[in-house]
Design a protein around this ligand. Sequence first.
Ligand code: PLP
Length: 407
Amino acid sequence: MVTGMELQDLNLRNKYFDAEQFRADFPALNNQSVYLDSAATALKPQAMIDATIQYYAHNTATAERSLHHNALQVTQTIHTTRENVANLIHAKHSHEIIWTRGTTESINLIAQSYARPLLQPGDEIIVSELEHHSNLLPWLIVAKQTGAKVIQWSADIDELSSLISSRTKIVAVTQMSNVTGFCPDLAQISQLVHQNNAILVVDGAQGIVHQPINVDKLNIDFYAFSAHKLYAPTGLGVLYGKATLLEQMSVWQGGGKMLKTTTFSEFQVAQLPYKFEAGTQNIAGIVGLNASLSWLNKWDEVQADNYLIQLSNYARSQLKQFDDIQFYSVEGSPIISFNFKHIHHNDIAILLGDQNIAIRTGELCAQPLMNKLGCHGVIRISLMPYNNQQDIDKLITALNNAIEIFA
Ligand code: PLP
């Protein structure tokens, strides 16, 4: 008989990565268009689309409520997906995984349920200046509500040592910048944060896609990500929190199954994770995420990552042929941000769009970082293992065509 451990070994050995086969799983790539906007949202594999169709066409039911066959089945899928997400990020318990609408909602939940009751006037929340607005605005809002202060930090570890103090209650940082692709050293940051009795909130929206994360080993208190950037449906997010913290937090939305008992005068909240899941969950989204995770599981992530680094290096070497290009992103990152000195980023986006090349331009929801970089916006191409050299070659041709128009 094969034990669970042996089965896991067998699965690991069976993993492989083949760029063409990987790409073939994405129906959106069956045409001439080039998709270089995956940091905004990832394309969806057929396996995920099929699972969602199956749920809507044949297995529609609500979860954790009705007792008919489909309802029990979908309830089981939600439990399994919660466990799979816990395994993915190395959470100790599946009840530490809360379903939300996305990274943004997850971080707002932490700000309102954890930080708001805790913060006193004069307390400090240190936020890195790499952050997406979703990991800045929730802190600015809660600071306003409580009299706490948001402290700007460059994401440099030495600077953190000088900023952190007994007033620091929270440090919020990204796993990977959506503008520069920079990945702060979470291990060092976590150590410093906990030496100072603060808690660490990590925005994993970009990082989860490209870097394995171990929330337990890194001693991360809260971790947030969005399913849609990980090949899964939109409208679904994950909040991981240490059980000890989640248990002491007050609920932030009421209704549905977040309660054990209620009368007109008082209520008792449900246990984790349900106390934070008011209303019907995004069932189709969770079914889709489960399918995406099992599909992802068959690919060797180290090989996929190496392929992506090579592709990124190729893209950068090709982009370097443009004399007046200025890069903002780190070498080898799947996120490549740049500008041409004399052409507005949005003009490039429109001219590339006309040539069926999808990219992202603008502030990328990171206004403070744009100020720091000294620009009003950037051109961003973002790569996934479904991209290939032909995509980059088509991008370069399209950029040459666009630049010619301006010349
Ligand atoms: N954080 C980062 C680093 C992101 O790149 C994004 C989305 O682009 C978000 C947060 C917000 O994610 P969502 O809109 O799915 O909540």
